[in-house]
Design a protein around this ligand. Sequence first.
Ligand SMILES: [Zn+2]
Length: 686
Amino acid sequence: MVALRTEEVSGGRKSVAAQSMKGIKKLGGTVKYLPWLAGVGLYVGMAGMWHFRIAHPHFLPLVSLVVLLVASSLVAVLAGLWRLVRGPRRWYGLRLLALGTLPAALLGLHVAWVLRSEVHEFGYDLRLLIPLAESVMDLEARIRYPRRTVGRKVVMIHAGVANPEEQVEAMDRHIERMERLLGHEAPGKVHWVRGELLGYPGLCLRGIAIGSRQRGRRTAPDGLEFVDHHEVAHWTINTIERPYAVAPPAALIEGWAQSQSVYPPAELYREPSADREEDTWMPLAELVAPGRPGADRRDRAYTQGGVLVDYLLTRYSGPAFFALYQGCTSDGLDADCQRLLGCDLNQLDRAYSRHVDDMVDRHGSYSQWCLEELRCGPGVDPAGWQQFVRKYVASVKNLGDLYNPSRVTLEYTSRRHASPESVSTSHIDFALSGPCAACDYRSDKSRGLTLAHPARTWELFRGRSSADRWVNRSRAVDQDAVYRLALRKVSSDLRASLLPSLLHAYMNLVELPSVVQVAELRESMEEDGPRARVTIERLDGGSKERQTWIFAADRAYVAVRMTEFRNFEGKPATWHWEMQYDQHDGKPMLTRMSVKTTSEDGRLLWEQELKVKDRRFGPVAEDYFRLQTHDVDGSQITEATGPPARTTEESPTPWWRAKLFWGFMAWAVFALVVGLLPLRMDGGRR
Ligand SMILES: [Zn+2]
């Protein structure tokens, strides 16, 4: 009886164990298909959302599929490992592990492929991932930025910003202005996020524009930051984007967003006008050439692209630009321009580069343009400032011309009080005479020589030791361009040394009209004569950087003193400048300039002095512009290597991205190879 009962119980146990084993096997059988189901579902979902232009997908569909993919891949890994370690049929375990994780490996490879560089071409590999990125961003935004402020064209997603309604209203007006400009109404609303998503601080995908975190840094007059204007401008023009259309060149995409960022015009034109001035302009055909751009071309998509679009908008109108932007074909921009604008790329290149020159000429000079655009602080009358700029520029502008022709020798001394024994002295000889210019610089550390002559131009540099060879740094194919560049460099160096003014030197503040303001403008009679006092200060980043200039109104508005607050070796310091002049031809000419740098508690940190040791007006003999005159042996010159000047460094892609790509690649190849090997190695099908 007892034995029978035991028999029965153990028999029941056996059958339960066998059943659950069967269940687990069945589940294992299903689990190995799940990653594939989730993976295929995910790609169908992404392609569908792209195809049907779902601009701002809810996170649930795609994120659930990703979670399912990851979870079922993990189960496949565990089940595969279990079989691999415990046996029997270890080969089957390895195959389960490999094939079960292949969909996740392929998705990882796809993402890593798109992220492998900072430059994203708008190909289908990227387009397919955008709905997924937007879904994950939607989830992240719900957690990090719980607040929503809704306007006519905007849903602002934030974690609490000052005056949200006011900011949404300003953005609505920004979008409506662009709609009127393009003659196109953007359907729907942009999801404008105030802060990073997925680690991106500024980005626009289909329905999401990631803007600034807080107001207060680089702001436009409407109180919004430039980056907000920029990213939402991308959204406004892309809302009728067709899913399979050819993307316009980056110069049109970024150029449009830059042109609508509401920068002061002088700031939009800063880099392009410097490129025109320095002969570093990139031809349009090169700027819009197909293929992955280097760092230089990528930066120019913003700078030259910005003025290109500004030109297209003013010359051809907003709707014509919109038609070109939307009508780009795989034939290239040259063909598109001919078809839609009636001009080819070269004609367009000439026209918009001339437009840049004209814009600068209209203001007299680039620096004058910046001065005219400076904002005025609360105590400064804008009309009074404009009047002062006109008067100031008229007096100062031509002072530099007095130095052509002339030869000037300067002595520069510098003493750091941290190491009083280290007084350094250097000498600079400037010569300007008609079409020729020279700058010969000697210090105890190095020597530099620039000779600009229409027939032979040199830009040489040598280390301190006489054994060091001269290195020629002026490398370009176009010798005429080398000459013009050297000529401009010498005369601008001379102006920077001998004409301390708002126009010729210390432009670091004035060149940023969007972040500085005129805090003070006062003209008064002082003990030593009529004086004008101008203070320019930085507004961004909590920096207290500012310059106060004292100009002599009775001596062509030359600067007689300047006080500057900025950092010295990372700590706040004050720089006291004093200038002395004598007369030539009835005009004031600098003879001495001294600078004392003091710490916050008044300690002297650094003293510098520039003295004019010798100055002779009149033509300089042509022989002066030869190497022999400056004791340079032509056979001792080597050509410089490395990149030519003014190419931007490639911003490094984070190291892990390349590793990530190769990691997924290795995984996918392994899974494919193991998965494709014949089943027989395991002794036949299960
Ligand atoms: Zn952009």
